[in-house]
Design a protein around this ligand. Structure first.
Ligand SMILES: Nc1ncnc2c1ncn2[C@@H]1O[C@H](COP(=O)(O)OP(=O)(O)OP(=O)(O)O)[C@@H](O)[C@H]1O
Ligand SMILES: [Mg+2]
Length: 282
């Protein structure tokens, strides 16, 4: 594996490919990569929109203080009364208190707020601070709500909020963009996942989601080769092509599927949603 520092062969940090064997009724799927700008937010929004288009009631939880997902859905963060920050730090706040419908049918969001950046410090003094989110996403609590899928948009960091996400999630999808550094950050990510699996043994990695893939660039093909060689047990989801439609859809406060339904990038996100559904519910 040329130039790859991924260390994917290390036993103990690598996670087997997922199959639906944890019996969860409402799967919690986090889009996770500590590297910035890998299209976590774009993918949470558009895989969510694709699941919703397939008729599944889907909830996306924005757990990034940048609140990009929240703003992309046209929610005004400055006038928010409650957000994912409250969900994390306030024992009395439940999902139903913070979830709201979006303009996309069957797709709801728990908005984020810049205050979430302070959650780190606030959680430091809390008992079981890694489990704050998991408590709110208990299977019984989710089963009582009207969602079939819960997606999480993660921040580009490995902090207490990120650990909360790993402890609460059933599945991870790792959006990754073709860049020489993308594969190099993976050992740190897998080390963290390996450690958290002691707290959350049900956590499984669905696989990698190559994003911003330029059809004629060698970079993407090389990265996918490196991922196949370094992580043979993990799935590589259908690639998302490089496209300006994502940013244009954000400007229109909607998904790429609604903004440009027949574009190759919309179709790619539909394929990813179908694959995810099949992996989780074979
Ligand atoms: N397929 C794509 N083609 C071109 N640009 C894209 C694509 N997907 C996302 N982008 C752009 O890349 C940038 C980063 O995307 P996004 O915000 O989804 O990444 P992120 O991983 O959530 O970033 P962060 O780590 O800051 O949260 C944005 O400007 C977005 O519009
Ligand atoms: Mg983001």
């Amino acid at each position: 594996m040329q130039g790859c520092a991924c260390g994917g062969g290390e036993r103990g940090t690598q996670v087997p490919r997922t199959k639906s064997d944890n019996g969860r009724i409402v799967p919690v799927i986090a889009f996770f990569n500590q590297k910035g700008g890998t299209a976590k937010t774009t993918s949470t929004l558009n895989v969510g929109a694709a699941l919703a288009e397939r008729g599944h009631r889907t909830l996306a939880i924005d757990l990034d203080p940048q609140a990009s997902l929240t703003m992309a859905l046209g929610v005004d963060v400055l006038t928010l009364e409650a957000s994912s920050y409250d969900l994390l730090v306030d024992d009395t706040v439940e999902i139903t208190d913070v979830a709201r419908k979006t303009t996309i049918e069957k797709f709801s969001v728990v908005p984020s707020h810049p205050d979430l950046a302070a959650a780190e410090l606030q959680l430091l003094n809390t008992l079981e601070r890694e489990r704050a989110l998991a408590h709110k996403l208990k299977p019984a609590a989710l089963a009582a709500l009207d969602y079939e899928f819960v997606l999480i948009d993660s921040p580009p960091s490995l902090n207490v909020v990120s650990i909360n996400i790993l402890v609460a999630a059933d599945y991870l999808i790792i959006p990754i963009e073709p860049h020489p550094l993308s594969v190099m950050v993976l050992p740190k990510l897998f080390e963290m996942v390996g450690r958290v699996q002691r707290l959350n043994p049900k956590l499984q990695i669905i696989g990698f989601l190559p994003t911003k893939v330029h059809g004629t660039s060698r970079l993407a093909a090389d990265m996918i080769d490196d991922l196949r060689t370094g992580f043979p047990d993990l799935l590589i989801l259908p690639s998302i092509p490089l496209s300006v439609r994502g940013a244009e859809a954000v400007a229109a406060y909607t998904s790429i599927l609604a903004y440009s339904p027949k574009s190759p990038i919309a179709e790619a996100y539909r394929q990813v949603a179908r694959k995810v559904e099949k992996e989780i519910r074979p």
